[in-house]
Design a protein around this ligand. Structure first.
Ligand code: GDP
Ligand code: MN
Length: 396
């Protein structure tokens, strides 16, 4: 589950990480009130208006702007709220902005230079450890840094059993070229950031930029956070932060029905039981010259109600030109599934795309008979290859 910047910063602050402070606003008027409140609390004269959407690169898309007085706060907030923001990390259609963060300006002049760093904490699945990635080249596109100057990205592996050790935090501060107050601040920042990542059951905390202010404070200016979905049951306060408006509408609906559905770009809808078979089926579709329109695991109990729910979900995607149902009857009997397919088809009235059904396992013969005698525009297949050929034929 992904979070908004302001939510990520809330979590960071609760673990003692210094953050660029801000207040969420939904209208230009709220933005002005927020700016006044921030000025009263922090003394800041300037404010940064930041679109809150689940995508990075907002600055490049015009979703992060500096306001030098309240009139500009009102103007810029008015522009950004309601806009469709297109960034290098959104689709071409972009994302609608429902809310903004009015933040204090932290790039003020002072005794020393401001400097932007990159830092993220993530799970390294390869080593089974946590990892802190960091770089002096913050604020910009880290993918570009990785591509052109990979030697400027450092990694520090952390054993999840022992946690971050003090020498590791010092090593990071040292490698970032810091000394004095900024060095000490950075070691505290790293330790608290790791704690926030660890104790929120996150799979990623990306802070870009981490800022060294002109008075040598170290703070998080941005926060991109993903919390492990499987941990949300025990992290209720974070589960409540979910913003369904930011997620794929069909995936949200499927999730509510208990279907494991992932929207993809192709033209062949698939309905499968079991994640492994679903992956194999997607390969099969590709080999037949199609592209899977989705990943869909209906789970163990593929009864009529679930099959119908799955049909409806698949057909919400206008790109679907054919549907392949590939179900193995182990515990569930194939004839039951076949009856479910037929009932669901009849309940739904007309389905305008060809359907190919492959049922294997217990009572597969009976199932094929049911499908073949149903009088519906549904083709049965016994072998995997046969199913692929039929998909190929209907795609033309
Ligand atoms: P992103 O573009 O989605 O990654 O959004 P960020 O929160 O990282 O902001 C983008 C850029 O806005 C930062 O890299 C900074 O250069 C700039 N920025 C953020 N906060 C401030 C601020 O307080 N003052 C000024 N002058 N610039 C800021
Ligand atoms: Mn950023």
């Amino acid at each position: 589950m992904n979070l908004h910047e302001y939510q990520g910063k809330e979590i960071l602050a609760s673990f003692g990480v210094r953050i660029q402070r801000g207040i969420v606003a939904h209208t230009a008027k709220e933005a002005v009130d927020a700016a006044k409140q921030l000025t009263a609390e922090t003394g800041t004269g300037w404010h940064v208006i930041k679109a809150q959407v689940h995508a990075g690169g907002r600055g490049k898309g015009g979703g992060v702007k500096l306001a030098k007085n309240l009139k500009e706060v009102e103007e810029i907030a008015g522009q950004i709220i309601g806009m469709t923001l297109i960034t290098p990390q959104t689709s071409a259609e972009g994302k609608k902005v429902h809310q903004i963060l009015v933040a204090e300006d932290v790039y003020y002049p002072g005794a020393s230079e401001t400097k932007e760093f990159y830092m993220s904490v993530l799970l390294n699945r390869g080593t089974g450890r946590n990892m802190i990635m960091y770089s002096t080249e913050g604020g910009m596109d880290i993918e570009e840094v990785a591509e052109n100057t990979p030697h400027l990205i450092f990694t520090e592996e952390i054993d999840p059993g022992t946690g971050l050790l003090p020498f590791q935090a010092r090593k990071i501060a040292f490698n970032l070229g810091l000394s004095g107050t900024a060095f000490k601040e950075m070691t505290k920042f790293v330790a608290s950031l790791y704690k926030a990542y660890d104790e929120s059951d996150s799979s990623m905390f990306e802070i870009n930029p981490v800022l060294k202010t002109s008075d040598d404070k170290i703070m998080a200016v941005d926060a991109k956070v993903s919390i492990d979905d499987n941990a949300l049951f025990r992290r209720k306060q974070y589960a409540e932060m979910r913003d369904l408006r930011e997620e794929n509408a069909i995936e949200v609906e499927a999730g509510a029905l208990g279907l494991n559905y992932v929207d993809l770009d192709g033209n062949v809808g698939c309905m499968v039981n079991g994640a492994g078979l679903a992956m194999a089926t997607m390969d099969l579709i590709k080999q037949a010259g199609g592209e899977p329109a989705n990943f869909l695991d209906v789970g163990g109990t593929a009864d009529a109600a679930r099959v119908e729910a799955a049909f409806k979900i698949i057909l919400k995607d206008p790109a679907v030109k054919a549907i392949l149902i590939n179900i193995f009857g182990g515990i569930v009997r194939c004839d039951r599934v076949a009856q479910g397919v037929i009932d669901a088809y009849k309940n739904m009235g007309t389905i305008n795309v060809p359907i190919i059904v492959r049922l294997q396992g217990t009572n597969a013969d009976l199932a094929k008979e049911l499908i073949d005698n149903s009088g519906l525009d549904v083709q049965s297949a016994v072998q995997f290859q046969e199913a692929a050929d039929k998909v190929k034929a209907v795609l033309g």
